[in-house]
Design a protein around this ligand. Structure first.
Ligand code: SAM
Length: 347
């Protein structure tokens, strides 16, 4: 039976019987017999505020939290207009509030603010989010900005920071303009008085005022957030069916499969078999189905589960070949994008 709207048109129920039962058990259904209506109460997690469309807080200012921050990490870089770290951080926090294990992909990563923000957020809320940053390498940005930035944020860096203090300020009115010599004299005296306290002085006219700034260079050390970082370059593999190209493709696929499996520690490497490890499983990569027997000998006493990829032109799932190790070994299919190219080169 479907509910009718006020025009008598049949609509759908928002929740099925099963979901409704759960909501009733959670005491989240508020009903009124008089109006014959029901409301679902959505619990609010008090640790999060709703995100509104206008973000005006000073933490979103791209000057101090974008350009200046990036300059502190990479003093010799001139990346135009990096976003404020906090703009991206708050986006990621909002989007992953119920999944702190999320993987965030930014395929126009630029200076890498997304990776930096994610690492900082993980540090704040003990999350385990991961990121994949891709960028072209225009003006060597990947090599000179994106990668070194993230590496430094993970491993730590020394920085120097300019600290500006207003020592003197005078609003300029037409009357005061006549007294400019007196003001400048005052400033000179202040410069002498504070000469030991500041590294340099700057006289600036701004906001209808003349100001004397005392600037100091502070040095500090940022202790990295920790984490792992892998840097991959994409290249084209020529499509011509030559032995060299075959080797190129399979070798380059290894890195992609490691990335998919999150296993990067190499434990065995030969011309036909590669094995990698993480702390919870192994990944075995076989360049030819003929190496299955050899592979099984290598892994039979491994104590963690093993995911295996076998390059093959056929559609065999190798379940039979691995039957005796079926509790330990899972045969996985090579991702379609890799297999397609493999079959084209190996035809
Ligand atoms: C607006 S920036 C991203 C800024 C970044 N959100 C930040 O705060 O640092 C866009 C970046 O995308 C990169 N890019 C441009 N075309 C690309 C492409 N086809 N593939 C990948 N990255 C690209 C450029 O290097 C550029 O730096």
């Amino acid at each position: 039976m479907y509910p009718l709207d006020k025009n008598g048109k049949e609509r759908r129920w928002r929740y099925g019987r099963k979901t409704m039962k759960i909501l009733i058990e959670q005491n989240r259904i508020k009903g009124s017999l008089k109006k014959f209506s029901m409301k679902v109460i959505v619990p609010r997690d008090e640790s999060y505020k709703p995100l509104y469309s206008n973000w005006t807080d000073s933490r979103y200012n791209a000057g101090p939290h974008g350009t200046t921050l990036l300059k502190e990490i990479l003093p010799n870089t001139n990346f135009p207009f990096p976003k404020s770290l906090y703009t991206v951080l708050d986006f990621i926090a909002g989007a992953t509030r119920s999944n702190k294990d999320a993987i965030i992909l930014d395929f126009f990563a630029g200076s890498g603010t997304t990776g930096h923000a994610l690492l900082k957020l993980n540090n704040i809320d003990d999350g385990n989010r991961r990121f994949i940053l891709c960028t072209n390498n225009e003006n060597s940005i990947a090599e000179e900005v994106t990668y070194p930035r993230i590496s430094k944020v993970i491993n730590g860096y020394k920085f120097t920071r300019k600290e500006k203090t207003i020592i003197f300020e005078e609003k300029i009115t037409s009357k005061k303009l006549g007294e400019i010599d007196i003001i400048l004299e005052k400033i000179e005296l202040l410069k002498e008085e504070y000469s030991a306290k500041y590294d340099e002085f700057k006289i600036v006219i701004e906001d209808n005022s003349v100001r004397l700034y005392g600037n100091n260079r502070l040095t500090g050390k940022f202790i990295g957030f920790g984490g792992n970082l892998k840097y991959f370059k994409t290249v084209f593999v020529p499509a011509k069916s030559t032995d060299r190209n075959k080797e190129k493709l399979t070798k380059q696929s290894v890195e992609m499969l490691c990335l998919k499996e999150n296993t990067f520690e190499s434990v065995y490497e030969s011309d036909n078999i590669n094995i990698f490890k993480s702390n919870d499983h192994y990944t075995g990569i076989l360049f030819d189905e003929q190496n299955i027997v050899e592979f099984k000998e290598l892994v039979h006493d491994f104590e963690l589960p093993i995911n295996v990829y076998v390059f093959s032109l056929g559609d065999d799932d190798f379940a039979e070949e691995f039957f005796d190790l079926k509790d330990q070994v899972k045969v996985c299919s090579i991702p379609a994008a890799i297999l397609r190219v493999y079959k084209r080169i190996f035809r």
